[in-house]
Ligand binder design. Structure first.
Ligand SMILES: [Zn+2]
Ligand SMILES: [Zn+2]
Length: 310
């Protein structure tokens, strides 16, 4: 039985005006991002999905993304499902230790000094801009943890980065402009990767196109072991919206530091040396009276002291 037929059966049992096409799209979406089993997307799927299972999945999605939990495919829910987002699923059977907000996948790197290489660059952004935006994105995480990231041009690395289109020898093909922007693997002994959809128009510091730096910060969060957060202001929230003054949310910092700890304190500064420039001296002229052999002398002296700031 085709998926469309299943929906039709569902509609017969539900007094709903939701279009079959919308419902099919929603089911595919809910299955792709972990709210319904992956088998729902299989063309040979021949089981009847109950109205209750679908309503529960919609409710779970609404709760995760901070929408009104109605269990109905309302406009707000459809709008959120159409937003650009990360291709990693929101609900994973591996997701462990979910706190109220951030979530850890359950694996992390034991080594603190990690490496990466960009094996395939984007078609519409220069190599130097790509290098610098991705370096900046790694720095966001190394600023709050003891981790370090070094770019290599060849050889084995911790994380391999590629810009790919459509099918790219990977379980989930990219879907063209919009919707899914990128996906990444969690820390594992096998090949760890971050893939960006090369059909997106990747841009730098702009509302136009899709901001590479901010999407990269999110994907690198997965590479380090974070799952999606339910907190809208967190970079690990699943949908993407450009923020001109980007910074990590407290929730992201709490998540990553729960895996790797805080950044080591910088070495104490050396005490400042007295300045050598003559202009930095404070000098006072003093007049002193002296009496030698009953003769009174007036002696002028100059006293100088060094002043400097620590
Ligand atoms: Zn993600
Ligand atoms: Zn991929």
């Amino acid at each position: 039985m085709e998926v469309r037929n299943i929906i039709f059966v569902l509609l017969l049992g539900a007094s709903s005006l939701v279009l079959a096409e919308d419902l099919t799209k929603a089911m595919m979406y809910l299955s792709e991002f972990g709210y319904l089993p992956p088998s729902v997307r299989n063309p040979s799927f021949d089981q009847l999905l109950s109205q209750e299972a679908l309503t529960d999945a919609i409710k779970e999605f609404q709760s995760f993304t901070g929408l009104n939990v109605t269990g109905k495919l309302d406009d707000e829910t459809k709008h959120t499902m159409n937003m650009p987002r990360c291709g990693v699923e929101d609900k994973s059977f591996r997701t462990k230790t979910r706190s109220k907000r951030y979530a850890r996948y359950g694996t992390k790197w034991s080594n603190k000094d990690l490496t990466y290489k960009i094996s395939k660059y984007p078609s519409r952004l220069s190599r130097s801009q790509t290098d610098s935006e991705l370096k900046k994105a790694f720095r966001v995480w190394s600023d709050v943890t003891p981790l370090t990231f070094k770019q290599r041009s060849s050889g084995p690395v911790t994380i391999e980065i590629r810009f790919e289109k459509g099918r790219h020898g990977h379980g989930n093909p990219f879907d063209g402009p919009g919707k899914v922007l990128a996906h990444a693997s969690f820390p594992s002994a096998e090949d760890s990767f971050v893939h960006f959809d090369d059909s997106e128009h990747w841009t730098v510091d702009s509302y136009r196109g899709t901001n590479l730096f901010q999407v990269a910060v999110h994907e690198f969060g997965h590479s380090l072991g974070l799952s999606h957060s339910e907190k809208k202001s967190a970079v690990m929230y699943p949908t993407h919206r450009y923020k001109p003054n980007f910074k990590l949310d407290d929730d992201d910092i709490a998540g990553i530091q729960s895996l790797y700890g805080k950044r080591r304190k910088p070495a104490p500064k050396k005490p400042a040396q007295p300045p050598k420039a003559p202009g930095d001296r404070n000098c006072k002229e003093e007049t002193v009276e002296k009496v030698i052999n009953n003769v009174r002398f007036t002696v002028k002296t100059k006293k100088c002291s060094w002043s400097y700031f620590l």
